[in-house]
Ligand binder design. Structure first.
Ligand SMILES: C[S@@+](CC[C@H](N)C(=O)[O-])C[C@H]1O[C@@H](n2cnc3c(N)ncnc32)[C@H](O)[C@@H]1O
Length: 328
C-alpha cells in the first residue's frame, strides 16, 4: 500500500453539492489518501440533543481557535430549523459512526468535506488499532476528479438510494451514477436489482443451500459487482462469505484462496494495519480455526493439480468440476 506524501487533494465548491475534495494529482488504487484523528469522540451518536450539545460545547473548549473556526464552518443540514442550534446541527450533520454496529462516533474535519457518491472512488474505515479514520483509493483516481465516499453501507436500486439519502441526509443525490443518461442508467439499475435479488436468495436459502449453489450465487454476484464497477467493501465481503461456506464444508483449497483474495482487497481498502486484515491473515494461515469449520461435514477433496488462468476461477467458484476445468 502506498501512502500519499502530502495531501493529494484540495477543497473547492462542487456544483450542486456545496464544498468537496478534489484530487490534485493521479492517485493510484490502494493509496492511503487520508489518516485523520477525530476532533472529538462521542460515546454514542444517539444520545439526546441536550446531552450531545453539552458534550460538544465542553469539547469545543479544548480546541484551538483554528479548530473551532473549522468546526463552525462545516456544513449544517439543520440550519433552517430554528429550534436546532448550530453547534448541535453541525455535529448531527457530520458525526460519523466508527462502525455500523457500534454506537461510538467522532467528528472529522477533513472527512466532513467529502461528498457522497453511489459509485464512490474511495472507502473510509475507522481503524481501531491506530484510532484514526482512513480513506483509501478504490481505483486509480485522475487529477481533478472529485474524491467521494458512500454514506450508505451498501448500494441498491436508485429509488431506494434516493429515498434513503433524502430521508437520512436531506439531499437529492447528484452523483455520477444518479446522473447517468436513461439508457446507461437502466443497465446499471438492472445490475443493482440483480445484486439485490441474489442477496435475498442467499439470505432466504441460508443454511439450506448446497455448497455448489451458494458458490454459484456468489460467483454471479461478484461478476455483477465487476460489471457495475463496484470496488468497495462488497468485494471482500463476497470473498469472506465464500470463505465461510468453504470452511463449513472443510474445503481446504478453496477456503485458502478465498481468504487470500479477501485479504488482498481488504488491504487495498483499509491498509496493512487494519485489524480485519490481521484477522484474514490468520485465516490464510489456519483455515480450520474458523468457527464454521466442517459444520456441514467435509466436501470430497479435489485432487491437487496445476491449473492456469481462468481454469482456477472456474474451479474456485464451482463453475466446473476440476476434471471439466482441466479437459477444457
Ligand atoms: C458531510 S457534508 C459534505 C460536504 C459538504 N458538501 C460541505 O460543503 O461541507 C454532506 C452534505 O453535502 C452535500 N452532498 C453530499 N453528497 C452529495 C451528493 N451526492 N449530491 C448532492 N449533495 C451532496 C449535501 O448537502 C449533504 O448534506
Amino acid at each position: 500500500m502506498e501512502k500519499a506524501a502530502t495531501k493529494p487533494y484540495f477543497m473547492r465548491e462542487v456544483p450542486g453539492k456545496g464544498k468537496g475534495l478534489i484530487a490534485t494529482s493521479k492517485i493510484p488504487k490502494g493509496t492511503r489518501i487520508l489518516s485523520e484523528a477525530p476532533l472529538f469522540q462521542v460515546s454514542s451518536v444517539e444520545i439526546g440533543p441536550d446531552v450531545l450539545e453539552a458534550l460538544i460545547v465542553s469539547e469545543l473548549h479544548h480546541l484551538t481557535k483554528d479548530q473551532k473556526r473549522a468546526y463552525v464552518s462545516l456544513c449544517n443540514l439543520y440550519s433552517k430549523e430554528s429550534e436546532v442550534r448550530s453547534i448541535f446541527g453541525i455535529a448531527k450533520t457530520n458525526l460519523l459512526l466508527f462502525g455500523t454496529h457500534e454506537p461510538e462516533g467522532g467528528l472529522f474535519l477533513e472527512m466532513s468535506r467529502m461528498n457522497h457518491s453511489c459509485r464512490p472512488n474511495t472507502h473510509y474505515n475507522w481503524n481501531n488499532k491506530t484510532e484514526r479514520l482512513t480513506i483509501h483509493a478504490l481505483r486509480d483516481i485522475q487529477d481533478g476528479e472529485e474524491l467521494t465516499v458512500s454514506y450508505m453501507t451498501q448500494t441498491g436500486p436508485p429509488v431506494h438510494r434516493l429515498k434513503f439519502l433524502e430521508n437520512c441526509f436531506f439531499f437529492h443525490c447528484g452523483c455520477e451514477l444518479c446522473g447517468l443518461p436513461p439508457g446507461a442508467s437502466e443497465e446499471s439499475d438492472m445490475r443493482l436489482l440483480e445484486i439485490a435479488a441474489i442477496e435475498h436468495e442467499l439470505e432466504d436459502g441460508n443454511g439450506t443451500f448446497y455448497y455448489a449453489k451458494a458458490l454459484a450465487l456468489l460467483r454471479e454476484m461478484f461478476a455483477v459487482f465487476r460489471e457495475e464497477r463496484i470496488w468497495d467493501q462488497s468485494i471482500p465481503k463476497v470473498h469472506v462469505v465464500a470463505f465461510q461456506i468453504a470452511c463449513m464444508y472443510a474445503d481446504e483449497r478453496r477456503a485458502k484462496i478465498f481468504a487470500q483474495r479477501a485479504l488482498e482487497v481488504r488491504v487495498v481498502i483499509e491498509g496493512e494495519d487494519s485489524l480485519e486484515v490481521a484477522k484474514l491473515k490468520g485465516y490464510v494461515e489456519n483455515r480450520s480455526q474458523h468457527a464454521s469449520w466442517q459444520l456441514r461435514g467435509r466436501s470430497p477433496p479435489d485432487e491437487v493439480v496445476r491449473m492456469e488462468g481462468s481454469e482456477v476461477d472456474d474451479w474456485l467458484w464451482g463453475k466446473m468440476t476440476l476434471e471439466a476445468a482441466l479437459n477444457g
